[in-house]
Design a protein around this ligand. Structure first.
Ligand code: FES
Length: 111
């Protein structure tokens, strides 16, 4: 029998929900990971890698279009939940799990 091992995730407090501007990104360094955190108009919070997989654009300087992160360099879009890119032949961006409890935002990174 094969058992798939899931890497352990540690949730790290990054900020208060009220500190996240709606529709814009904020950068954080979480356990050595550069991460961009976004809050949608509907109140969902997403975390993606801080650097665009295309040419390294700072995704926290981008903005949201619905639930898509728009890179500030060339306007490629990445789904904030899945990381999927809207362009062919461009890698998807890494995503991170998020917990929001009692107004506090925590991002999960490998332990
Ligand atoms: S660097 Fe992000 S779309 Fe080109």
């Amino acid at each position: 029998m094969t058992v798939a091992l899931t890497p352990a995730v540690q949730f790290v407090l990054v900020c208060a929900l009220a500190d996240l501007p709606v529709g814009l990104g904020r950068p954080f360094n979480v356990g050595g990971h550069s991460i961009a955190v976004f809050r949608t108009r509907a109140g969902k919070v997403f975390a993606v890698a801080g650097r665009c997989p295309h040419k390294g654009g700072p995704l926290a300087d981008g903005m949201l279009a619905g639930e898509q992160v728009v890179c500030p360099y060339h306007a490629f879009r990445f789904h904030a939940g899945t990381g999927e890119c809207d362009q062919h032949n461009v890698c998807d961006v890494a995503t991170y799990p998020v917990q929001v409890t009692d107004g506090a935002v925590r991002v999960g990174v490998p332990a």
